[in-house]
Design a protein. Sequence first.
Length: 69
Amino acid sequence: MNEEMLTAHATHCPYCGAAFDLLVDASQGSHVTWEDCPRCCAPMQVGVEVSCVLGDIERVTVARDDDIV
């Protein structure tokens, strides 16, 4: 993990609705990972889309773990 590439992204837990800042790592490029909600500890799928040209975060999606297709 490159700490210089961490960006705080405001989001909500898809389970309990708690608002929190999620640290997103753009140095990995586009990726999918799982994080636990800091309030209810439910597993959330986090999708990160990073521009392959500029390396900037284009989109962050947070979904329920049981909604994964």
